[in-house]
Design a protein around this ligand. Structure first.
Ligand SMILES: [Zn+2]
Length: 210
């Protein structure tokens, strides 16, 4: 069970949105389903990132996408961009959100995950806000929250480059499994896209207290 906690919003938080892969990244796509539909992670996460950015701007949130390009930008360069901004605004006042779709070996896994770097920091608190929001917004069929409670909170501790290399608070969302047909169909549907956008927008609004 999640401990009851009082969450203090950070009104001055700068939000950095990272849409990981590029059009030239190998793999990172769903199978082509019987009806010809297919999800490309770079394209999907950019669409989500743009919509999240637009929505947040409407609410007056200080938000910036660190990968405006369609091509694959290395983790080193993405960390450099994020850290440059974090140095300017203060790394305590900056949260990076990296948006992804998950994949498994056999196409059977389903569900939603949030990751932070190893150990406990403010990032874990922010990840919990995301987790709670995802749980609230995902419809029952897709609502398979994949959690790691071993350290008392629902996020996964992961040694991912974008989490390790950034100086600011950072978390990474794995938005359902693109290689599971049910998850993928939901992701590609207009309803599914709105849900994924809403999870990010609503969680960030909670974090910045708007
Ligand atoms: Zn990814």
């Amino acid at each position: 069970m999640l401990k009851k906690r009082v969450y203090i919003p950070h009104f001055m938080m700068k939000i950095l949105i990272d849409n990981g892969h590029g059009e030239n990244t190998a793999g990172k796509r769903s199978p082509r389903w019987a009806d010809g539909s297919q999800l490309f992670e770079w394209k999907y996460t950019r669409e989500i990132a743009k919509r999240v950015e637009e929505e947040l701007k409407k609410h007056g949130v200080d938000v910036e996408r660190i990968v405006p390009e369609d091509t694959d930008i290395s983790i080193t360069e993405r960390c450099r961009r994020a850290n440059q901004i974090a140095a300017r605004v203060g790394k305590q006042n900056c949260l990076l959100v990296s948006i992804h779709n998950n994949a498994s070996q056999n196409g059977k896994a389903r569900g939603w995950e949030v990751h932070t770097y190893l150990g406990q920091s403010k990032s874990d608190e922010y990840a919990t806000v995301f987790w709670e929001t995802a749980k609230e917004f995902l419809p029952v069929g897709a609502n398979k929250m994949r959690s790691d409670w071993s350290d008392g909170d629902p996020d996964w501790d992961s040694n991912f480059g974008i989490l390790r290399g950034t100086t600011c608070w950072a978390l990474l969302t794995e938005n359902l499994f693109m290689d599971n047909e049910e998850d993928c169909r939901f992701l590609l549907s207009p309803e599914g896209k709105s849900v994924i956008v809403d999870i990010h927008v609503k969680a960030i609004l909670k974090i910045v207290g708007k």
